[in-house]
Design a protein around this ligand. Sequence first.
Ligand code: ADP
Ligand code: MG
Length: 663
Amino acid sequence: MFKLGRQIFCSAERNAFLAKKIIASFSEKTAEEAAKKKVDQKNKDFQTVYRIIHPEKKGFILAAVTSAISSGIFMLYPKLIPQLSDLYANKYEKIEESDSDEQKLNKQKNNQNTNNAYLKFFLTWGLVCGVSGFFNFSRRYINGDLGNRISIRLRQAIYNDLMTKDSTFYFNKSVNTAKIIHKLSNDVSQVSQSVSMDLFIAFRGALFITGGTGFLLFQSPQLILPSLFVMAGLSVSSRFFGNYQRHYKKEEAYDLTKTSEQAQEALQNIKLIKISNTEIKEQIDYQSTLARFYNSSKKVQYWTGMNFGFLEGFGLYSLIGILGYGSFLISSGLATPELLSSSMYAFYVGLGVRSIVNTYTELKKTTGLYDGIVSVIGTDVTQSQTYNNPKLIEEGQEYLKLQRNNAEFYQQLYSNNTATLHQSKPPHITLKNITFKYDEYGTERQLLSDLNIEIESGSVVALVGPSGCGKTTVLNLLTKLYQPTSGDILFDGQSLQAKDSKWVQQNVSYVTQEPMIFQDTVYYNIIYGNQGFDTSQEKVIEAAKMANAHDFIMSLPEGYQTKLSERGQDLSGGQRQRLILARAILKDPKILILDEGTANLDSESEKAIIQDLKTISKNRTCIIVTHKIENFLGFVNKIIELKAPINSENKLQQEKSEDEKAN
Ligand SMILES: Nc1ncnc2c1ncn2[C@@H]1O[C@H](COP(=O)(O)OP(=O)(O)O)[C@@H](O)[C@H]1O
Ligand SMILES: [Mg+2]
């Protein structure tokens, strides 16, 4: 019994021992990993900052030189203390009538010396302050300019990246345009300001430390020890407070982004808000988002204040302490009064340490912000060609000279040999075993499976089916906005994969479900996307007449030069649709794709437009998505019905043929 109990105890003991050992080794390992991770992160932060400033390194060198000179001048100011005491020794002596000649001469000489001493004092320091003023101006100006240049680089590189991104990026559910725009404006400003200013604060700090320590070593090594103490105090406290600042700064940035997202969404849905009479609810929602931002911002300010207050209090007290200690050394005969100016250097050293530690915290926040930008747009643009283009800003100045919307310029920009790409006749289109899958929050969804469609050359095909069955997706595949997961799309037997987006632009007109209109003139909106084709006034009018848009355009205050409002909201639904049709047919495309173009119209306009489509679709291969097939029966050659995907499992789309060529 006893033996057994002991055995159990022993094994229990052993288990505990083993468990401890495992835990120990585990935590050792994680501590090791954490340490490694920390070093990696630190390296990463420095690399990020380096990559951000890299293309502007000339400016940074210039700023460093001016900064060094202005700091060097600043290092001269403690010299003022002994000079003042020298100056104090010079007095002005009044020459009396009763003075002997010799006395008069001596006094005159003395007064002359006093005059000279003051003149020298004012002139020297005047010169020093003047030079310092100039270099401080240069330092500040170059720093500010660098900030602007970095922000322009970042914005242009992000914008270029956004424009050239695969269109599937924008169909991703986690992509939010308000968030992107917020990053592009707010966060980019913060990052560029921080790298251009903070680095120099740290640089100045480093100069103060080396200069101050140099003077101390040279003049009064007795003060080294107390200044080391000040350094330690300042850096430890700054690190401590800085950690809190950084933590809440992240929260603050997140909450600020939320306010932008919310405002943009509300403004986009303003009509719904108005008719739902939910203005007050929206105001309260925004107010609470602002309050959340305020709370996190307040915490940032609290810890920034703590940091600041402690640094000022402790910093000043340490200066006083060093001065006191200096007095003690002087009165004990251990040092000369020169020491008092040296004590200022001890303070400089402390200031330098403070700047470096603070900047370290700031730059960590900055790289955090930059990482936030990267996580939203998905690309580290500092490695891109645009960002590192040495002439980026100068090129921008060149483009500034071009008039915006200079149609001729844009024609030239795109007009290299595009005519060779033109289809001579409407193509036969084949969708061969098309499968399309997409990722939805980590789950794979299959929308199209093994879809086979034949579209005869010059025919009109209607794509029908319940909402969400993938009609728009098929059109996106046909225009290369999407890539099929498997299968192929053939135009006259040639794979679409082998054709580029330029080929698509030259041969396909795609009228999307949502009318896309720029806040610009009617003319600009019609010629948009028609580069490489004749976009003269006559041709534009011809296309507008064909789309039955000419009459309403002429009734606008400035005809084709009338500026439209955001998303063309000052036009009726039918007018918008006609405008977009005019854009679509201006280039006389051999392939015309329309996505529920008439779905949002009143039946009158719808019927009228469908009538026009009959003529417009002639001599083109047309694919039309519609909910109201009955309206199209007159001229549709084939109806293709897509079935709703039941789940991610296999489902077959049916193809229904209907021969009803142009009655
Ligand atoms: N890349 C994608 N990411 C997420 N969802 C997608 C993607 N492509 C299509 N979908 C989803 O597939 C469904 C079908 O879309 P769509 O082709 O627009 O249907 P339809 O035009 O027939 O109404 C929708 O629910 C849409 O959200
Ligand atoms: Mg659709």
